[in-house]
Design a protein around this ligand. Structure first.
Ligand code: FEO
Length: 169
C-alpha cells in the first residue's frame, strides 16, 4: 500500500511526465514548421519516451494498490527563437524533472518505502541519460552557431534517432 503522501507525489510525477511529452510534442511542431525534420524526429522519440515514463509510474501506482488521479496538463510554449533556445529549454526542463525525481526519492527514503526506492532507482539513472542527451545537443548547437551547414549536419545526425528497444526505455 502506498502512503497518501507518496501516492500524491507519484501522481504529480505522472502529470510532469505527461507534460514533458506534451512540451516535446510542441517542440516537434515548431521544428517541423522550421523544416528541421531531423531535430523534430529526435524530439518526437523523446516525447514518446516521456509517455512511457508517465505510464511506468501510472502502472506502479496501481500495482501498489494506489489510485491514479489525472489532473490538468499545462499548455506548453509553442515557439522558440532558435534551435539552440529550444534545446536549452529541453535541457532545463530535464534538470527540473531530475529535481522532482530526487524529491520523490527523498520522500520514499524518509518514509522507509523500500519498494518505492527500488522503483525510483530506474528513474534516477534515466535522468542522468536524459540530461546528458539534451546537453550534448545544446553543446553541438553552440559549436556551430549560425552556420547553415553546421545546423544541417546536426539535423541530419539527430534524424538517425529511433525509438529505444523496450529494455532500454
Ligand atoms: Fe521523463 Fe525526460 O524525464
Amino acid at each position: 500500500m502506498l502512503s497518501p503522501n507518496i501516492q500524491e507525489a507519484l501522481n504529480r510525477q505522472v502529470n510532469a511526465e505527461l507534460y514533458s511529452s506534451y512540451l516535446y510534442l510542441s517542440m516537434v511542431a515548431h521544428l517541423e514548421s522550421e523544416n528541421l525534420r531531423g531535430m523534430a524526429q529526435w524530439m518526437r522519440v523523446q516525447a514518446g519516451e516521456e509517455t512511457i515514463h508517465g505510464m511506468k509510474i501510472y502502472d506502479y501506482i496501481i500495482e501498489r494498490g494506489g489510485r491514479v488521479t489525472l489532473t490538468q496538463i499545462d499548455a506548453p510554449k509553442t515557439k522558440w527563437a532558435s534551435p539552440l533556445k529550444l534545446f536549452e529549454d529541453a535541457y532545463a526542463h530535464e534538470q527540473k524533472v531530475t529535481a522532482m525525481i530526487n524529491g520523490l526519492m527523498d520522500l520514499v527514503i524518509a518514509e522507509k518505502d523500500h519498494a518505492g526506492h527500488d522503483f525510483l532507482e530506474w528513474f534516477v539513472t534515466e535522468q542522468v541519460e536524459e540530461e546528458s542527451a539534451a546537453q550534448a545537443v545544446v553543446e553541438q548547437l553552440k559549436l556551430v552557431g549560425d552556420s547553415g551547414v553546421g545546423l544541417y549536419m546536426i539535423d541530419q545526425q539527430l534524424g538517425q534517432r529511433s525509438p529505444s528497444a523496450p529494455a532500454a526505455e
